[in-house]
Design a protein. Sequence first.
Length: 282
Amino acid sequence: VVLIILQQMVEQLGWRSTIYIVGVVLAAVIFPLAWFVVRDTPQEMGMLPDGDPAPAPIDAVRPAATGQTATAASATAHDTGDVELTVGQALRTRNFWLLVLIFSCILFGHSGIQVHQIAFFHNDVGLSEIEATTLLGGVFLVSVIGRIGAGMITDRVDPRYVLAGMVALNVTAWVYINFAPISNTLTALPFVVLYGIPFGATVSIRPVLMARLFGPKAMGSLVGLFQAFVLGSTLVGPVFMGYVYDTMQTYRPSLMVFIVSSALALPFAFMMRTRRHPAAAA
């Protein structure tokens, strides 16, 4: 919805005035929310992470029960197969670098189409700018399904299958947008669904995979390193797609490259070594 409003503002006021207005609105909304609403930890609100109950006072635990409690906690941790890798240990695993390869292949195309989707549907397909903007808004709307669904499925299913399904949808989306006879917003809707779901899934599945494979001990550092390593593909994607259009006056050759790059991620997903989640084993 916001994208459509912004497109209309650009047409009526120009892009410079629109950017000024957006900056003022963002400042007026984000700063108060960040200062008055956001909290650093659940403990600041009298809560614990993941809804865990508060520990009982030490002097309230009878000596005879202390050993039982410790044993039960140890058994629970052992049964869940939790891992606690340091940054150095995680970087020496195959899983980390396979994740980098998989998401580099996927985000190469994602970053490109995010920047050029409106231009593609307007210039290559012939839709109006409002129609093209509506389709981009539709992608973000459909991505909610991928964000929530991928996280829920990964709680119970081997993440390799989730990754493989995400990659398959990506490849199908690129094939559809490049070869299907798209002439209006209705015929473009399959792309919105096929691309929007894995686009959203890439957001929610990344922290799940990082926590599942490496544990929470160094998750902040590992997520930062992971983002740094895949940054190259996200920078190249939009530039590559723009260069192809400037050179050939069409985006379609770049979409062919996205088909190949996304398909390359599929075998990498099955090369990962994952542990079964307790919920999946139950």
